[in-house]
Design a protein around this ligand. Structure first.
Ligand code: GDP
Ligand code: IMO
Ligand code: MG
Length: 428
Protein backbone atom coordinates (compact mmCIF):
# COMPACT_ATOMS: atom_id res chain seq x y z
CA UNK A 1 0.00 0.00 0.00
CA UNK A 2 1.95 3.09 -1.11
CA UNK A 3 0.83 6.70 -0.70
CA UNK A 4 -2.70 8.12 -0.46
CA UNK A 5 -3.82 11.69 -0.88
CA UNK A 6 -6.81 13.06 0.99
CA UNK A 7 -8.00 16.47 -0.16
CA UNK A 8 -10.93 18.86 -0.23
CA UNK A 9 -13.20 18.46 -3.25
CA UNK A 10 -15.04 21.79 -2.83
CA UNK A 11 -14.08 25.14 -1.23
CA UNK A 12 -12.52 23.75 1.97
CA UNK A 13 -14.01 22.73 5.33
CA UNK A 14 -15.35 19.46 3.93
CA UNK A 15 -14.23 17.50 7.01
CA UNK A 16 -10.64 16.67 6.01
CA UNK A 17 -9.47 16.75 9.64
CA UNK A 18 -11.99 14.13 10.70
CA UNK A 19 -11.24 11.88 7.71
CA UNK A 20 -7.47 12.15 8.23
CA UNK A 21 -7.78 11.42 11.91
CA UNK A 22 -9.91 8.38 11.14
CA UNK A 23 -7.15 6.93 8.95
CA UNK A 24 -4.36 8.22 11.20
CA UNK A 25 -4.51 5.14 13.40
CA UNK A 26 -3.73 2.88 10.41
CA UNK A 27 -1.04 4.84 8.57
CA UNK A 28 2.62 5.49 9.38
CA UNK A 29 2.95 9.11 8.26
CA UNK A 30 0.50 11.98 7.79
CA UNK A 31 1.95 14.80 5.70
CA UNK A 32 0.71 18.35 5.11
CA UNK A 33 1.95 19.36 1.65
CA UNK A 34 0.65 22.93 1.10
CA UNK A 35 -1.05 25.85 2.78
CA UNK A 36 -0.36 26.91 6.33
CA UNK A 37 -2.35 28.06 9.30
CA UNK A 38 -5.10 29.36 7.03
CA UNK A 39 -6.45 25.81 7.45
CA UNK A 40 -8.73 24.88 10.33
CA UNK A 41 -9.18 21.14 10.70
CA UNK A 42 -11.52 19.93 13.42
CA UNK A 43 -11.02 16.52 14.97
CA UNK A 44 -13.39 15.10 17.56
CA UNK A 45 -12.05 12.22 19.64
CA UNK A 46 -14.52 11.02 22.28
CA UNK A 47 -15.54 14.13 24.20
CA UNK A 48 -12.41 16.02 23.14
CA UNK A 49 -12.44 18.51 20.27
CA UNK A 50 -9.22 19.68 18.62
CA UNK A 51 -8.79 22.53 16.13
CA UNK A 52 -5.61 22.03 14.11
CA UNK A 53 -4.28 24.74 11.82
CA UNK A 54 -0.73 23.95 10.82
CA UNK A 55 -0.10 20.53 12.30
CA UNK A 56 -1.20 17.43 10.36
CA UNK A 57 -4.27 15.77 11.86
CA UNK A 58 -2.23 12.55 12.25
CA UNK A 59 -0.59 14.18 15.27
CA UNK A 60 -3.47 12.84 17.38
CA UNK A 61 -2.68 9.20 16.50
CA UNK A 62 0.18 7.96 18.69
CA UNK A 63 1.62 5.49 16.13
CA UNK A 64 1.73 8.01 13.33
CA UNK A 65 4.56 10.41 12.40
CA UNK A 66 3.25 13.86 11.47
CA UNK A 67 5.21 15.70 8.76
CA UNK A 68 5.14 19.32 7.56
CA UNK A 69 6.38 19.11 3.98
CA UNK A 70 8.43 21.58 1.93
CA UNK A 71 5.29 22.97 0.25
CA UNK A 72 3.80 24.26 3.51
CA UNK A 73 4.29 27.82 4.76
CA UNK A 74 5.11 27.83 8.47
CA UNK A 75 4.39 30.60 10.94
CA UNK A 76 6.86 29.68 13.70
CA UNK A 77 4.90 31.46 16.44
CA UNK A 78 1.72 29.57 15.49
CA UNK A 79 3.66 26.30 15.26
CA UNK A 80 5.02 26.64 18.79
CA UNK A 81 1.72 27.72 20.30
CA UNK A 82 -0.16 24.86 18.59
CA UNK A 83 2.43 22.40 19.87
CA UNK A 84 2.29 23.69 23.42
CA UNK A 85 -1.53 23.73 23.34
CA UNK A 86 -1.51 20.02 22.42
CA UNK A 87 1.19 19.20 24.97
CA UNK A 88 -0.93 20.81 27.70
CA UNK A 89 -3.74 18.44 26.69
CA UNK A 90 -1.42 15.43 26.98
CA UNK A 91 -0.76 14.91 23.25
CA UNK A 92 2.76 13.71 22.46
CA UNK A 93 4.11 15.86 19.62
CA UNK A 94 7.74 14.72 19.77
CA UNK A 95 7.59 12.75 16.49
CA UNK A 96 6.82 15.83 14.36
CA UNK A 97 9.12 16.39 11.36
CA UNK A 98 9.41 19.71 9.52
CA UNK A 99 11.05 20.14 6.13
CA UNK A 100 14.07 22.46 6.19
CA UNK A 101 12.88 23.67 2.78
CA UNK A 102 9.47 24.86 3.99
CA UNK A 103 9.09 28.63 3.84
CA UNK A 104 8.52 30.75 6.93
CA UNK A 105 5.66 33.20 7.30
CA UNK A 106 7.38 36.29 8.66
CA UNK A 107 5.71 39.20 10.49
CA UNK A 108 6.06 41.37 7.37
CA UNK A 109 4.21 38.78 5.24
CA UNK A 110 1.27 39.07 7.64
CA UNK A 111 1.39 42.87 7.48
CA UNK A 112 1.44 42.80 3.67
CA UNK A 113 -1.54 40.36 3.60
CA UNK A 114 -3.61 42.72 5.75
CA UNK A 115 -2.70 45.98 4.00
CA UNK A 116 -3.21 44.44 0.55
CA UNK A 117 -6.72 43.32 1.48
CA UNK A 118 -7.50 46.75 2.89
CA UNK A 119 -6.17 48.37 -0.29
CA UNK A 120 -8.33 46.12 -2.49
CA UNK A 121 -11.42 47.41 -0.68
CA UNK A 122 -14.58 45.79 -2.05
CA UNK A 123 -12.50 43.72 -4.49
CA UNK A 124 -10.79 41.95 -1.58
CA UNK A 125 -10.35 38.16 -1.55
CA UNK A 126 -11.39 37.80 2.08
CA UNK A 127 -8.15 36.05 3.04
CA UNK A 128 -7.59 34.62 6.47
CA UNK A 129 -5.02 37.38 7.09
CA UNK A 130 -2.36 34.84 8.05
CA UNK A 131 0.26 35.99 5.52
CA UNK A 132 -0.24 32.99 3.22
CA UNK A 133 -0.35 34.76 -0.18
CA UNK A 134 2.58 37.13 0.45
CA UNK A 135 4.74 34.26 1.77
CA UNK A 136 4.13 32.18 -1.37
CA UNK A 137 4.73 35.33 -3.44
CA UNK A 138 8.14 35.74 -1.77
CA UNK A 139 8.88 32.06 -2.45
CA UNK A 140 8.12 32.46 -6.16
CA UNK A 141 9.99 35.79 -6.26
CA UNK A 142 12.99 33.97 -4.72
CA UNK A 143 13.13 36.27 -1.70
CA UNK A 144 11.51 33.83 0.75
CA UNK A 145 12.96 32.76 4.10
CA UNK A 146 13.15 29.01 4.66
CA UNK A 147 13.19 27.03 7.90
CA UNK A 148 16.84 26.11 7.30
CA UNK A 149 17.78 29.83 7.18
CA UNK A 150 17.13 30.01 10.93
CA UNK A 151 20.40 28.16 11.43
CA UNK A 152 22.71 30.58 9.60
CA UNK A 153 22.40 34.02 11.16
CA UNK A 154 24.39 35.86 8.53
CA UNK A 155 22.39 34.38 5.62
CA UNK A 156 19.15 35.02 7.49
CA UNK A 157 20.05 38.68 7.94
CA UNK A 158 20.95 39.10 4.26
CA UNK A 159 17.76 37.40 3.12
CA UNK A 160 15.46 39.39 5.41
CA UNK A 161 17.12 42.60 4.22
CA UNK A 162 16.64 41.60 0.59
CA UNK A 163 12.99 40.73 1.21
CA UNK A 164 12.34 44.03 2.98
CA UNK A 165 14.03 46.22 0.36
CA UNK A 166 11.04 46.47 -1.95
CA UNK A 167 8.42 45.85 0.73
CA UNK A 168 9.50 48.84 2.79
CA UNK A 169 9.20 51.06 -0.26
CA UNK A 170 5.67 49.79 -0.77
CA UNK A 171 4.73 50.02 2.89
CA UNK A 172 5.99 53.57 3.36
CA UNK A 173 5.27 55.13 -0.03
CA UNK A 174 2.09 53.38 -1.13
CA UNK A 175 0.41 52.06 1.99
CA UNK A 176 1.47 54.87 4.34
CA UNK A 177 2.82 52.47 6.93
CA UNK A 178 6.02 52.50 8.96
CA UNK A 179 9.05 50.66 7.53
CA UNK A 180 9.90 47.31 9.10
CA UNK A 181 13.38 46.97 10.55
CA UNK A 182 15.31 43.90 9.33
CA UNK A 183 17.25 43.54 12.61
CA UNK A 184 14.03 43.25 14.60
CA UNK A 185 12.62 40.56 12.31
CA UNK A 186 15.86 38.59 12.46
CA UNK A 187 15.88 38.77 16.25
CA UNK A 188 12.30 37.50 16.45
CA UNK A 189 12.99 34.64 14.04
CA UNK A 190 16.19 33.63 15.85
CA UNK A 191 14.14 33.44 19.03
CA UNK A 192 12.25 30.47 17.51
CA UNK A 193 15.26 28.71 16.00
CA UNK A 194 16.36 26.55 18.93
CA UNK A 195 12.81 25.54 19.86
CA UNK A 196 12.16 24.26 16.34
CA UNK A 197 15.56 22.73 15.61
CA UNK A 198 14.77 19.25 16.93
CA UNK A 199 11.93 18.80 14.42
CA UNK A 200 13.78 19.93 11.28
CA UNK A 201 14.65 17.08 8.92
CA UNK A 202 15.18 16.02 5.32
CA UNK A 203 11.55 14.99 5.03
CA UNK A 204 11.75 14.10 1.31
CA UNK A 205 14.42 11.50 2.03
CA UNK A 206 12.55 10.15 5.06
CA UNK A 207 9.25 9.82 3.18
CA UNK A 208 10.79 8.16 0.14
CA UNK A 209 12.69 5.71 2.35
CA UNK A 210 9.45 4.99 4.21
CA UNK A 211 7.64 4.28 0.94
CA UNK A 212 10.48 1.98 -0.16
CA UNK A 213 9.96 0.12 3.13
CA UNK A 214 6.23 -0.29 2.36
CA UNK A 215 5.12 2.14 5.02
CA UNK A 216 1.78 3.86 4.47
CA UNK A 217 1.95 7.60 3.86
CA UNK A 218 -1.16 9.79 3.86
CA UNK A 219 -1.00 13.28 2.40
CA UNK A 220 -3.50 15.64 4.03
CA UNK A 221 -4.58 18.59 1.92
CA UNK A 222 -5.53 21.96 3.31
CA UNK A 223 -8.25 24.12 1.67
CA UNK A 224 -9.90 22.51 -1.37
CA UNK A 225 -9.93 21.99 -5.15
CA UNK A 226 -11.87 25.18 -5.95
CA UNK A 227 -9.41 27.22 -3.85
CA UNK A 228 -6.43 25.92 -5.86
CA UNK A 229 -4.27 28.67 -7.37
CA UNK A 230 -4.32 26.91 -10.79
CA UNK A 231 -7.60 25.01 -10.83
CA UNK A 232 -9.78 27.05 -8.49
CA UNK A 233 -11.99 30.08 -8.94
CA UNK A 234 -9.04 32.45 -9.51
CA UNK A 235 -8.47 35.09 -8.18
CA UNK A 236 -10.76 34.05 -5.31
CA UNK A 237 -8.43 31.26 -4.25
CA UNK A 238 -5.58 30.54 -1.88
CA UNK A 239 -1.97 30.77 -3.07
CA UNK A 240 -1.03 27.07 -3.18
CA UNK A 241 -2.03 23.79 -4.88
CA UNK A 242 -4.39 21.78 -2.67
CA UNK A 243 -5.11 19.52 -5.69
CA UNK A 244 -3.47 16.09 -5.89
CA UNK A 245 -0.40 17.20 -7.85
CA UNK A 246 0.47 19.50 -4.96
CA UNK A 247 1.19 16.45 -2.82
CA UNK A 248 4.09 15.51 -5.12
CA UNK A 249 5.72 18.93 -5.30
CA UNK A 250 4.86 19.78 -1.71
CA UNK A 251 6.48 16.68 -0.26
CA UNK A 252 9.04 15.57 -2.84
CA UNK A 253 7.35 12.28 -3.70
CA UNK A 254 6.82 11.15 -7.29
CA UNK A 255 3.31 10.63 -8.74
CA UNK A 256 4.10 6.94 -9.36
CA UNK A 257 4.02 6.42 -5.58
CA UNK A 258 0.42 7.57 -5.19
CA UNK A 259 -2.18 4.86 -5.49
CA UNK A 260 -5.30 6.49 -4.17
CA UNK A 261 -6.71 10.00 -4.15
CA UNK A 262 -9.66 10.55 -1.84
CA UNK A 263 -11.85 13.62 -2.28
CA UNK A 264 -13.61 14.83 0.85
CA UNK A 265 -17.04 15.99 -0.22
CA UNK A 266 -19.66 17.67 1.93
CA UNK A 267 -23.25 16.56 1.28
CA UNK A 268 -23.98 20.26 0.59
CA UNK A 269 -21.62 23.17 -0.18
CA UNK A 270 -19.94 25.90 1.85
CA UNK A 271 -17.48 28.66 1.13
CA UNK A 272 -15.63 31.22 3.30
CA UNK A 273 -14.46 34.53 1.85
CA UNK A 274 -15.32 36.18 -1.46
CA UNK A 275 -15.88 34.66 -4.90
CA UNK A 276 -18.52 32.97 -7.06
CA UNK A 277 -20.71 30.23 -5.57
CA UNK A 278 -23.58 29.20 -7.88
CA UNK A 279 -25.66 27.22 -5.35
CA UNK A 280 -25.34 29.75 -2.52
CA UNK A 281 -28.55 30.22 -0.53
CA UNK A 282 -29.68 33.51 0.99
CA UNK A 283 -32.88 32.16 2.51
CA UNK A 284 -33.98 30.12 5.52
CA UNK A 285 -32.54 26.92 3.99
CA UNK A 286 -29.09 28.52 3.90
CA UNK A 287 -29.53 29.65 7.49
CA UNK A 288 -30.67 26.15 8.49
CA UNK A 289 -27.62 24.51 6.86
CA UNK A 290 -25.36 26.99 8.67
CA UNK A 291 -27.00 26.38 12.04
CA UNK A 292 -27.46 22.61 11.85
CA UNK A 293 -24.04 22.11 10.19
CA UNK A 294 -22.24 24.44 12.63
CA UNK A 295 -20.83 26.28 9.62
CA UNK A 296 -18.59 28.83 11.26
CA UNK A 297 -14.89 29.13 10.35
CA UNK A 298 -12.42 27.30 12.63
CA UNK A 299 -9.64 29.77 11.79
CA UNK A 300 -11.34 33.15 11.48
CA UNK A 301 -14.71 32.56 13.17
CA UNK A 302 -16.48 33.90 10.07
CA UNK A 303 -19.89 32.48 9.14
CA UNK A 304 -19.55 30.15 6.16
CA UNK A 305 -21.68 30.81 3.09
CA UNK A 306 -23.95 27.78 2.55
CA UNK A 307 -25.69 26.21 -0.43
CA UNK A 308 -26.94 22.95 -1.94
CA UNK A 309 -24.74 20.21 -3.30
CA UNK A 310 -23.14 21.04 -6.64
CA UNK A 311 -22.42 17.99 -8.81
CA UNK A 312 -20.67 20.08 -11.48
CA UNK A 313 -18.00 20.95 -8.94
CA UNK A 314 -17.74 17.37 -7.69
CA UNK A 315 -17.22 16.12 -11.27
CA UNK A 316 -14.56 18.78 -11.77
CA UNK A 317 -12.78 17.66 -8.59
CA UNK A 318 -12.81 14.07 -9.88
CA UNK A 319 -11.24 15.25 -13.12
CA UNK A 320 -8.47 17.57 -11.91
CA UNK A 321 -7.43 15.32 -9.02
CA UNK A 322 -7.90 11.91 -10.63
CA UNK A 323 -10.03 10.95 -7.65
CA UNK A 324 -10.37 7.24 -6.91
CA UNK A 325 -12.87 7.68 -4.05
CA UNK A 326 -15.08 10.16 -2.27
CA UNK A 327 -15.64 10.43 1.46
CA UNK A 328 -19.07 12.05 1.74
CA UNK A 329 -19.37 14.04 4.98
CA UNK A 330 -22.18 15.65 6.98
CA UNK A 331 -25.02 13.62 5.48
CA UNK A 332 -26.70 13.85 8.91
CA UNK A 333 -27.04 17.64 8.48
CA UNK A 334 -29.55 17.09 5.65
CA UNK A 335 -31.95 15.09 7.83
CA UNK A 336 -35.38 16.75 8.02
CA UNK A 337 -35.76 18.29 4.57
CA UNK A 338 -38.76 16.98 2.65
CA UNK A 339 -36.97 17.46 -0.64
CA UNK A 340 -33.31 18.22 -1.26
CA UNK A 341 -32.28 20.19 -4.35
CA UNK A 342 -29.05 19.06 -6.03
CA UNK A 343 -27.37 21.11 -8.75
CA UNK A 344 -26.82 18.81 -11.74
CA UNK A 345 -25.74 21.38 -14.34
CA UNK A 346 -25.54 25.14 -14.86
CA UNK A 347 -27.45 27.45 -17.08
CA UNK A 348 -25.08 30.03 -18.52
CA UNK A 349 -26.55 32.77 -20.69
CA UNK A 350 -29.48 30.53 -21.63
CA UNK A 351 -27.42 27.38 -22.36
CA UNK A 352 -27.24 24.20 -20.26
CA UNK A 353 -23.63 23.41 -19.29
CA UNK A 354 -22.57 20.12 -17.69
CA UNK A 355 -18.91 20.88 -16.93
CA UNK A 356 -17.29 23.67 -14.94
CA UNK A 357 -16.59 26.49 -17.43
CA UNK A 358 -12.95 27.57 -17.64
CA UNK A 359 -14.02 31.16 -18.22
CA UNK A 360 -14.36 33.27 -15.10
CA UNK A 361 -17.00 35.43 -16.80
CA UNK A 362 -19.12 32.37 -17.62
CA UNK A 363 -18.78 30.97 -14.10
CA UNK A 364 -19.90 34.28 -12.61
CA UNK A 365 -23.07 33.98 -14.75
CA UNK A 366 -23.72 30.33 -13.90
CA UNK A 367 -27.19 29.58 -12.52
CA UNK A 368 -27.78 26.18 -10.93
CA UNK A 369 -30.11 23.69 -12.62
CA UNK A 370 -31.66 21.72 -9.78
CA UNK A 371 -33.02 18.21 -9.55
CA UNK A 372 -35.17 17.50 -6.49
CA UNK A 373 -34.34 14.40 -4.46
CA UNK A 374 -36.69 13.08 -1.76
CA UNK A 375 -35.48 13.71 1.81
CA UNK A 376 -35.68 11.66 5.02
CA UNK A 377 -36.61 12.45 8.60
CA UNK A 378 -35.10 9.52 10.54
CA UNK A 379 -32.04 10.14 12.74
CA UNK A 380 -29.04 8.68 10.87
CA UNK A 381 -26.28 9.49 13.34
CA UNK A 382 -26.22 5.92 14.70
CA UNK A 383 -26.06 4.24 11.30
CA UNK A 384 -23.10 1.88 11.03
CA UNK A 385 -23.63 0.45 7.58
CA UNK A 386 -25.11 1.67 4.31
CA UNK A 387 -28.18 -0.50 4.78
CA UNK A 388 -28.89 1.21 8.15
CA UNK A 389 -29.64 4.42 6.24
CA UNK A 390 -33.26 5.22 5.30
CA UNK A 391 -34.02 4.37 1.66
CA UNK A 392 -34.14 8.03 0.60
CA UNK A 393 -30.75 8.73 2.22
CA UNK A 394 -29.33 5.73 0.37
CA UNK A 395 -30.80 7.05 -2.86
CA UNK A 396 -29.34 10.53 -2.19
CA UNK A 397 -25.85 9.03 -1.75
CA UNK A 398 -26.21 6.85 -4.86
CA UNK A 399 -27.42 9.83 -6.91
CA UNK A 400 -24.45 11.93 -5.80
CA UNK A 401 -22.07 9.08 -6.60
CA UNK A 402 -23.54 8.69 -10.07
CA UNK A 403 -23.24 12.44 -10.77
CA UNK A 404 -19.79 12.92 -9.28
CA UNK A 405 -17.80 10.30 -11.17
CA UNK A 406 -16.09 8.32 -8.39
CA UNK A 407 -17.31 5.81 -5.79
CA UNK A 408 -18.39 7.08 -2.38
CA UNK A 409 -16.35 4.84 -0.10
CA UNK A 410 -17.28 6.35 3.27
CA UNK A 411 -20.08 8.48 4.68
CA UNK A 412 -19.92 10.80 7.67
CA UNK A 413 -23.02 10.85 9.85
CA UNK A 414 -21.59 12.92 12.71
CA UNK A 415 -18.37 14.69 13.75
CA UNK A 416 -16.97 11.83 15.89
CA UNK A 417 -14.44 9.25 14.69
CA UNK A 418 -16.97 6.43 15.00
CA UNK A 419 -19.80 8.34 13.31
CA UNK A 420 -18.71 7.02 9.94
CA UNK A 421 -20.10 4.40 7.56
CA UNK A 422 -17.29 2.58 5.79
CA UNK A 423 -18.27 1.14 2.42
CA UNK A 424 -14.89 0.31 0.81
CA UNK A 425 -11.71 0.31 2.87
CA UNK A 426 -9.26 3.09 1.90
CA UNK A 427 -6.36 0.95 3.02
CA UNK A 428 -6.80 -2.26 1.09
P1 GDP B 1 -11.74 20.66 7.32
O1 GDP B 1 -11.16 22.02 7.23
O2 GDP B 1 -11.98 20.06 5.97
O3 GDP B 1 -10.96 19.73 8.22
O4 GDP B 1 -13.19 20.83 7.97
P2 GDP B 1 -13.56 21.74 9.26
O5 GDP B 1 -13.05 21.08 10.47
O6 GDP B 1 -13.18 23.16 9.02
O7 GDP B 1 -15.14 21.71 9.18
C1 GDP B 1 -15.85 20.50 9.20
C2 GDP B 1 -16.77 20.51 10.42
O8 GDP B 1 -17.71 19.47 10.28
C3 GDP B 1 -16.06 20.24 11.73
O9 GDP B 1 -16.74 20.94 12.75
C4 GDP B 1 -16.21 18.73 11.92
O10 GDP B 1 -16.18 18.33 13.29
C5 GDP B 1 -17.58 18.53 11.35
N1 GDP B 1 -17.82 17.21 10.72
C6 GDP B 1 -16.98 16.45 9.96
N2 GDP B 1 -17.62 15.37 9.47
C7 GDP B 1 -18.91 15.46 9.91
C8 GDP B 1 -20.09 14.67 9.71
O11 GDP B 1 -20.09 13.67 8.99
N3 GDP B 1 -21.23 15.11 10.32
C9 GDP B 1 -21.28 16.24 11.10
N4 GDP B 1 -22.43 16.60 11.65
N5 GDP B 1 -20.19 17.00 11.31
C10 GDP B 1 -19.03 16.62 10.71
P1 IMO C 1 -9.40 24.30 5.42
O1 IMO C 1 -8.11 23.56 5.29
C1 IMO C 1 -12.02 27.39 3.75
C2 IMO C 1 -10.06 30.83 1.85
C3 IMO C 1 -10.17 32.20 2.53
C4 IMO C 1 -10.14 33.11 1.32
C5 IMO C 1 -9.15 32.40 0.39
C6 IMO C 1 -7.74 32.96 0.44
O2 IMO C 1 -9.89 24.47 6.81
O3 IMO C 1 -10.43 23.75 4.48
P2 IMO C 1 -5.76 32.76 2.24
O4 IMO C 1 -5.69 33.23 3.66
O5 IMO C 1 -5.55 31.29 2.05
O6 IMO C 1 -4.92 33.58 1.30
O7 IMO C 1 -7.30 33.07 1.79
O8 IMO C 1 -9.14 31.03 0.79
N1 IMO C 1 -9.52 29.76 2.71
C7 IMO C 1 -10.26 28.76 3.22
N2 IMO C 1 -11.59 28.52 3.15
N3 IMO C 1 -11.21 26.50 4.39
C8 IMO C 1 -9.87 26.72 4.44
O9 IMO C 1 -9.02 25.80 4.94
C9 IMO C 1 -9.35 27.91 3.88
N4 IMO C 1 -8.10 28.43 3.77
C10 IMO C 1 -8.22 29.56 3.05
O10 IMO C 1 -11.37 32.31 3.25
O11 IMO C 1 -11.39 33.11 0.67
MG1 MG D 1 -11.52 23.96 7.88
Amino acid sequence: MPALVLLGAQWGDEGKGKATDLLGGSVDYVVRYQGGNNAGHTVVVGDQKYALHLLPSGILSPGCTPVIGNGVVVDPAVLLSELSGLNERGVDTSKLLISGNAHLITPYNITVDKVTERFLGKRKIGTTGRGIGPTYADKINRVGIRVQDLYDESILHQKVEAALDVKNQLLTKLYNRRAIEAGQVVEELLGYAEQIKGYVADTTLILNNALDDDKVVLFEGGQGTLLDIDHGTYPFVTSSNPTAGGACTGAGVGPTKISRVIGILKAYTTRVGAGPFPTELFDKDGEALRTIGGERGVTTGRDRRCGWFDAVIARYATRVNGLTDFFLTKLDVLTGWEQIPVCVAYEIDGKRVEELPYSQTDFHHAKPVYEMLPGWSEDITKAKSFSDLPKNAQAYVKALEEMSGAPISAIGVGPGRDETIEINSFLS
